[in-house]
Design a protein around this ligand. Structure first.
Ligand code: CLR
Length: 264
């Protein structure tokens, strides 16, 4: 009791006391999210940097542009699903994710996986010529012309451009991706309060590394990006509904099962 009198403890002066975490736990949480990001990010930043000037030739671009609408959709759906698979792997290693019910894990991935793919896209994006690494080379928006959804492509490229402007570190991208995924606003969650506990810890992790990097002002910008992500994903769903109506057979029998499971 005497010790308490010598060191009066005021929880309001201790930002961490509001949460059931110690600084050490937060460091461990950040480290495992960063590790999981690194292990599931397909390419390292340096590798992508080295490939920056590998562009598609005029002939190659024309080959993409002369594909039929359904052929190009199927091709992109396969590429996207591949990327989503890595995001699912990433999610599984976010501390607390596996403790959620199967239903809640799926509910979070249904809306969040595409958003994380778009966050990750910024690592694969060259702002100097507005191209994205796709199929082994860098592709401009014109490569996707035969998808017939120019507004979506423009919006997605604009988003990647804006993300790049924030110049996030790999650690920041990792924590931001986790926060995008663990979101209590998603529809049809069974145990919102459990998701909220995981969300709080990830939020705390992001705050922690932004503070450490002396970039606390980024937090506000990142929350703004999350709102843009949401609108991009509803645009993606809208396009998918349009496509499935016009090409029910391709959508039904040629799209990868995971793509259908998550987005259809
Ligand atoms: C995102 C980061 C991943 C690797 C990756 C794979 C596929 C890419 C994707 C990135 C970015 C977006 C992308 C996608 C393939 C098609 C898609 C270029 C680089 C564009 C935007 C077309 C979307 C078409 C849908 C409407 C089907 O780690």
């Amino acid at each position: 009791h005497d010790l308490m009198a010598i060191h009066p403890y005021n929880p309001l002066e201790d930002p961490y006391s509001l949460y059931p975490h110690s600084l050490r736990n937060i460091d461990e949480l950040c480290a495992s999210i960063v590790r999981s990001h690194r292990e599931t990010s397909q390419y390292r930043v340096e590798e992508l940097q080295a490939l920056r000037w590998k562009l598609f030739s005029r002939e190659e671009i024309q080959a993409y542009q002369s594909k039929s609408v359904d052929e190009m959709w199927q091709h992109c759906a396969v590429r996207l699903t591949d990327a989503v698979q890595y995001v699912v792997e990433f999610a599984k290693h976010i501390p607390g994710f596996r403790m959620l019910s199967q239903n809640d894990q799926i509910a979070l991935l249904k809306t969040g996986s595409m958003e994380v793919v778009l966050v990750r896209m910024s690592r694969f994006f060259n702002t100097e010529n507005n191209t994205v690494f796709f199929d082994g080379k860098f592709a401009g928006g014109e490569v996707f012309k035969s998808l017939a959804c120019g507004d979506l492509i423009t919006a997605v490229f604009d988003f990647a451009h804006g993300m790049c402007a924030l110049k996030l570190t790999e650690h920041q991208i990792a924590l931001f991706s986790a926060l995008v995924l663990i979101n209590t606003d998603r529809p049809s969650l069974e145990d919102r309060s459990r998701v909220q506990r995981v969300q709080r810890s990830v939020e705390l992790g992001l705050t922690h590394i932004l503070r450490r990097d002396n970039q606390e002002s980024l937090m506000h910008k990142l929350y703004q990006r999350m709102a843009v992500l949401r609108s991009l994903c509803s645009l993606h769903m809208e396009k998918l509904r349009w496509f499935s109506q016009r090409y029910p057979l391709t959508a039904h029998s040629l799209f990868p099962p995971l793509y259908k499971e998550l987005f259809a």
